[in-house]
Write a protein that binds this ligand. Structure first.
Ligand code: ADP
Length: 215
């Protein structure tokens, strides 16, 4: 399948993308994970992106399109892809449209994960992430805790709070989402490819997506 996951920070894009990729072998492409790995590895891209990310602002569209233009042409994308955190602005969505056309591909579905603000705020302050760049398993200190000494249950690396999970950065990320990303809901609605799902259960969301794709 080729799908785009839309939703506010904390809506569950990463969790759902991981479940979907296990389900049918499509590759999860998370621009957030790609950027965090670049920051950790101190690459040129990472150095350019770091400040924006720590403040909870969006990285410039041109940087994102350079990454995605190359990523979508890698061989593993032939099996399908789940875009998690991209596109995040109208210019990115327009650029994606052009890129897909060039590659002769179409999207099966755009999913909007519609989660109430209180749930989002609670999740973002209690979320923890595995620090292993090739794992990045997501935990929650209330509902899905790591081991008692704070290690990842999958790979054993330390589980940490992300640098952009301070109260100030979270506030900025939500404002940025409303201004820049929420308009994409209308954008894809007009194209007829949008499915909104308001559930906080991962199983229900995955089942809803599977059903919509079969139609
Ligand atoms: P979340 O959806 O929880 O905010 P992500 O991991 O998707 O987290 O993104 C983290 C940060 O990475 C964003 O706040 C932003 O700075 C940057 N980022 C990720 N994807 C994009 C994108 N498509 N366009 C611009 N910036 C992005």
């Amino acid at each position: 399948m080729r799908i785009v996951l839309l939703g506010a920070p904390g809506a569950g894009k990463g969790t759902i993308a991981k479940l979907l990729s296990i389900f049918d072998g499509s590759v999860q492409i998370s621009t957030g994970d790609i950027l965090r790995n670049a920051v950790k590895a101190k690459t040129k891209l990472g150095n350019e992106a770091q400040g924006y990310m720590e403040r909870g602002e969006l990285v410039p569209d041109s940087l994102i399109m350079d990454i995605m233009g190359a990523r979508l042409q890698e061989p593993d994308c032939k099996k399908g892809f789940i875009l998690d955190g991209f596109p995040r602005t109208i210019p990115q969505a327009d650029a994606l449209k052009g890129l897909l056309k060039k590659l002769n591909l179409t999207l099966d579905l755009v999913v909007n994960l519609d989660v109430p603000r209180e749930v989002i705020l609670d999740r973002l302050t209690t979320r923890r992430t595995c620090s292993n760049p090739s794992c990045q398993e997501i935990y929650n200190i209330k509902s899905k805790p790591p081991t008692p000494d704070g290690k990842c249950k999958k790979c054993g690396w330390k589980v940490v709070q992300r640098d952009d999970e301070t109260e100030e950065a979270i506030g900025n990320r939500l404002v940025t989402y409303n201004e820049k990303t929420a308009p994409l809901i209308d954008y894809y609605q007009k194209e007829g490819s949008l499915k909104s799902i308001s559930s906080t259960s991962s199983e229900e969301i995955v089942a809803g997506i599977a059903k919509a794709i079969k139609k």
